[in-house]
Design a protein around this ligand. Structure first.
Ligand SMILES: [Zn+2]
Length: 328
């Protein structure tokens, strides 16, 4: 876990990563993707799935507008049940066998897929590399556009798809690369081949890539739990409120929605931060899109810290969150 946030204990660090992801624009943000790369969990129920399932608990409540949007999707899928409105942020965790149509939408009469059922909420892809390549690649366009158009001979329909994606994968075939618990038995070549199953363009869309250590139950029971969901949620809500105040008078409400022009306006860097970013961009061959993604994350880190100005620390932390990039 390379999070440099003040909370360095395992539990807190996990939540810290989630909080960053969420505050970037979770529950609706185009760029709010979090990849969790894990050690193999040693205690069932304390691993990546538990972390992902807790994510909605630190998200701000659904606004009325969001509730109406999400309810419209559930209604068109015939999944609203007896409820008038969906009140809680969706959490969807499709199995890795899911088809392209099941994931992004489709069928003779177009129906919303998992990405739209997760609109304004969280989509969790556990064991990311077990998903079909076609299904994973089909996510790329909706991530950028925050909606998906399903075209069929008889009909074409657009579904909203603004979701926070959390994905988990093992760091290597045996699952123990980088672990202090057990030695990894994989050679470098097999690790490279394994990680290469995640395409560069898709990896590029994951803003936060972190190693989540396996949890020692004794540490948890000794009370080293870090912040509770409630405390983290307060920080997320405050960071979101800061973003809304900054964007008042525009059609935007969170950092994930910042376009190129807004990034120039709201993510201004001082000279030192600018030269750090320019240096990194050149060394790593970062595209303009990748730089914009880094700046949105840096903006969010400053918001979580309650600061208006971006510093070199924010830029460096945003870069540090891209753990897998570094290894490629
Ligand atoms: Zn291994």
């Amino acid at each position: 876990m390379r999070c440099r946030h003040p909370h360095s204990q395992i539990g807190a660090a996990r939540f810290c990563a989630a909080a960053h992801s969420v505050a970037v624009g979770g529950g609706g943000g185009r760029t709010s993707w979090s990849s969790i790369k894990t050690d193999r969990p040693r205690v069932t129920g304390l691993g990546k799935s538990m972390l992902a399932r807790r994510l909605p608990s630190i998200l701000p409540s659904l606004s009325l507008e969001e509730a109406l949007e999400t309810s419209a999707v559930y209604s068109s899928a015939g999944r609203l049940g007896g409820a008038a409105l969906v009140r809680a942020r969706p959490f969807r965790a499709p199995h890795h066998d899911v088809s392209v149509a099941g994931l992004i939408g489709g069928g003779p009469v177009p129906r919303p897929g998992e990405i739209s059922m997760a609109h304004n909420g969280v989509l969790f892809l556990d064991e990311l590399l077990e998903f079909k390549r076609g299904a994973l690649e089909s996510l790329r366009q909706p991530i950028e556009e925050r909606e998906v158009t399903v075209v069929r001979a008889r009909a074409s329909i657009r579904f909203p798809a603004a979701f926070a994606l959390v994905a988990a994968m093992n760091p290597c075939p045996c699952g123990y690369a980088g672990s202090s618990a057990r030695a990894c038995v994989c050679d470098l070549g097999s690790i490279r081949r394994y990680q290469a199953r995640l395409s560069g363009p898709l990896l590029d869309r994951f803003d936060l890539q972190v190693l989540v250590p396996s949890v020692d139950f004794r540490m948890l029971s000794a009370g080293r739990r870090g912040d509770s969901s409630l405390v983290v949620r307060e920080r997320v809500v405050e960071a979101r409120a800061r973003q809304r105040r900054r964007l008042v008078g525009t059609a935007l409400h969170c950092n994930a929605q910042l376009g190129v022009r807004e990034i120039g306006r709201y993510c201004r860097l001082d000279e030192r931060s600018h030269s750090l970013l320019a240096d990194l961009a050149e060394r790593r061959g970062l595209s303009a899109r990748a730089v914009h993604r880094l700046l949105r994350v840096a903006r969010t880190l400053a918001d979580l810290a309650g600061r208006e100005e971006l510093t070199k620390v924010d830029v460096q932390a945003a870069v540090d969150f891209r753990l897998l990039d570094e290894q490629r």
